[in-house]
Ligand binder design. Structure first.
Ligand code: TYD
Ligand code: MG
Length: 457
């Protein structure tokens, strides 16, 4: 019986009030005998739950169905596809591949209805050429080259698409919001109109935003709170691109998608675990440590590189683009306190091979080891992989999914895996559990090099 899914509710014929049970008199308008049986879904045209409240159990969850975008990586970052009626902002530097990605999604999205690709940046002919190159021709994909909100609105009403791409929000303009495109006012006004349209018609909406190196500029920032998800497309070194959610109402904001830019557009990298690992003849040089990091639902092995040089004029600095400088400074301070080695008179340079940005706390131990190795000139043993968050007291704190990290490291030939004491299954067998920095360094470098002055003494 489908009665469970589309539950019956009772609605007042007089005022529209909805009740989960039949009542003789409407509690809203006081009319007698006015409540009529109705399926919750029938009320949708009246915007049930939006113009008047609806019992939560009677809401049809089908309303939130997701659209498979045709890219497993994009689906993953969105939390399992694009929600109907939702708006997603995709930001990234010019030339990173936003238009390419979205045109590819247009070609592959699993969608019955029509798709409208609006570009204020390229002519229809340019878009056609690119689509040819990407193999992105399909029926029901329509292109409109304008930034004029009035025209876009007209096209939306005529085409009634299920999926809409706006490339980019910086080219949007509406008379109502002043004459100049690209101002924060214009972007906000236009984005708001489009988001409202998508929500009302239950279409999926992608908005492209160009951002500069320093992060989101004023305009797109204003649009961020209007949308359901904000994805950032970033370039690591070479041909790799990562897609990351900084906001996601319908999924986790931790997943990343990884792509490679090739001559047929963006290709997905399904198994990136060893992608950022540097293969070398012989062992590590000093200043290098490998960390198994847990990004969303995957483990990546990454190489953290550090360099320390004496600071000039007593003013020390941290140069670190891929790991937040505050974290580097904090780990260096913990290290100074608990290893007896001085960092506070040094400039610290930190990099991540492959250029991927790391945000998770489980990199602390590898970061500490890279800094220690750089400062001491003693290389870590080849084949070591280090995971663990550091407390200010120098203890190693548990990290998520340590067992999976250990397995990924070992499958890539890194046999000496150090991690925290966590009680997780596999501890002791799949990784060596370390209580603190002192113990970890003793294990890595041998007792002779071990840090002498841990708080645990
Ligand atoms: P594009 O999608 O235009 O970037 P954005 O919309 O973010 O500004 O990406 C353009 C870059 O990608 C451009 O430098 C050319 C390159 N590219 C390829 O390498 N292969 C391809 O198949 C395509 C379509 C683009
Ligand atoms: Mg573009």
């Amino acid at each position: 019986m489908s009665a469970k899914k589309t539950q019956t509710v009772y609605r007042c014929a007089n005022c529209g009030r909805v009740e989960p049970r039949w009542l003789g008199r409407c509690p809203e308008c006081g009319e007698w005998n006015s409540l009529r049986e109705a399926a919750a879904t029938e009320l949708r045209t009246d915007r049930a739950g939006e113009s008047f409240p609806l019992p939560i159990a009677s809401i049809d969850p089908g309303r939130g169905a997701r659209i498979a975008t045709g890219s497993a990586e994009v689906d993953r970052v969105l939390g399992g596809g694009l929600m109907r009626g939702s708006a997603v902002l995709i930001g990234g530097e010019p030339g990173i591949g936003k238009s390419t990605l979205l045109l590819q999604l247009c070609a592959k999205a699993e969608i019955q209805g029509r798709i409208l690709y609006v570009s204020g940046e390229e002519s229809p002919a340019q878009i056609r050429l690119r689509a040819d190159r990407l193999g992105a021709l399909r029926e029901n994909l329509e292109v409109l080259a304008t930034g004029d909100l009035g025209r876009i609105h007209g096209a939306l009403e005529a085409v009634k698409p299920s999926l809409v791409i706006i490339d980019s929000i910086q080219t949007l303009h509406a008379e109502e919001a002043g004459a100049v495109p690209g101002t924060a006012n214009q972007i906000k006004y236009c984005a708001q109109e489009l988001v409202a349209w998508a929500k009302e018609r239950e279409a999926g909406l992608f908005l492209v935003a160009h951002v500069t190196k320093d992060g989101l500029i004023a305009g797109p920032k204003a649009a961020e709170h209007l949308v359901d998800a904000v994805l950032t497309f970033e370039q690591s070194e070479a041909e790799f691109r990562t897609l990351r959610a900084s906001k996601n109402r319908f999924g986790s904001a931790e997943e990343i998608g990884i792509f490679r830019m090739g001559d047929k557009g963006l290709e997905e990298v399904a198994d990136p675990s060893g992608l950022f690992l540097v293969r070398r003849e012989g062992g590590f040089p000093a200043g290098v440590a490998v960390a198994p990091v847990h990004e969303g639902s995957r483990v990546l092995l990454v190489e953290i590189q550090a360099l320390t040089v004496p600071a000039k004029a007593g003013l020390t600095r941290v140069y670190s683009e891929r790991i937040e400088s505050g974290r580097v400074a904090r780990v260096a301070a913990v290290l100074e306190k608990h290893s007896g080695m001085r960092f506070s008179d040094q400039d610290l340079y930190v990099n991540v091979a492959g250029g991927i940005r790391l945000v998770e706390p489980g990199i602390d131990l590898a970061l500490a080891a890279a800094l220690y190795s750089a400062r001491s000139g003693v290389a870590l043993p080849a084949g070591a992989a280090l995971a663990g968050e550091l407390s200010l007291a120098g203890e190693l704190r548990p990290v998520r999914q340590m067992r999976r990290r250990a397995r990924a490291a070992r499958s890539l030939g890194l046999e000496l895996v150090l991690g925290p004491v966590s009680g997780e299954e596999g501890e002791g067998r799949e990784w060596r559990a370390m209580r603190d920095l002192k113990e970890a360094f003793a294990c890595l470098l041998g007792r002779a090099d071990a840090a002498p002055s841990s708080s645990k003494g």
